[in-house]
Design a protein around this ligand. Sequence first.
Ligand code: UT7
Length: 330
Amino acid sequence: MGRAAVLAGVGSAVPDNVVTNDMLATRMDTTDEWIRTRTGIRERRHLARGSATSDLAAEAGRRALKSAGVDSVDAVVLATTTPDHPCPATAPAVAAMLGLGTIPAYDVGAVCSGFLYGLASGAGLIALGTAERVLVIGAEAFTTIIDQTDRTTAPIFGDGAGAVVLSAGDQSQPGALLAFDLGSDGDLADLIIIPGGGSRQRASGIPAEPGDEYMAMRGREVFRHAVLRMTESSRAVLARTGWDVDSVDWLVGHQANVRILRAVAEHLGLAQDRAFVNVDRYGNTAAASIPLALDDAAGAGLITPGDRIVLTAFGGGASWGAIALEWPDL
Ligand code: UT7
């Protein structure tokens, strides 16, 4: 059997501060009913001032290391859209907070698909023999890039983190990442964008417009592309594993909108109750959403050892992907 990256531990962390739909409705022209019926979201978490992405990332990482029963890894890959600073990357700080020593640590940016890109990157380090064990984290202080008075984005996004430990093993082992499919389309870059703060704005020499530091999203178009790409990507990993769709136990999709998850399940021909949902409690936590969902589902005893799982996401870039694995006994 070929060398493979095997999922050996999982953990997550969310801020304590719960923000309900009714609380948002006091700040902007929206209602609990609109948010629930259009997105499935009931509440989300907001990180308190004084905390940053690295704090959430380190806590999720600590829990994943504990779950794997290890206290060292050979690399840290952090998927995030909200680094502590524009420069440097946040992963080295997280490695230091975890006492992991002078190991390689770097950030991956693929917005809501970031965790899948992080898994592919970590699996690549293992395939190369550069690492035997990698901590892959998705962590977001996403509310820091959202205008908290904008009803088209504020109800949707929340903060959180999730992490897994990947260990070198072989493809026959439960937890082995069995198939990958990744894609992007830069022609859709403006679907989800922070216009200000980057080199494009500086190169044009035009002062930032007020509000340009916040993320803007063309929601309806994102919805359409998300359903299409998550379905296609999931089909691609099913074809690579040779799994029949009826044999899939859980579709763990990026938690952006319960309607997207239902539509992807329907297009795949998968029963609706096979699509795991926790967007109701956390909203869209971008790169954190898939590991947060995995930890949540496994912790609740929904995902059990041997279950066939398809992970899939779509997000800014545009970028998307899917990964197939069988759940290990953690
Ligand atoms: O994480 C990366 C991927 N992101 C996503 O996957 C997000 C994908 N998109 C979505 O989830 C949905 O498109 C949204 C939840 C963002 C929006 O839902 P929608 O069903 O696509 O609504 P819409 O944008 O088409 O807006 C419908 C109506 C509009 O009013 P009119 O033009 O019909 O009069 C909006 O102005 O709802 C209005 N609206 C709101 N009303 C109350 C938009 N936001 C709100 C709001 N409260 N928060």
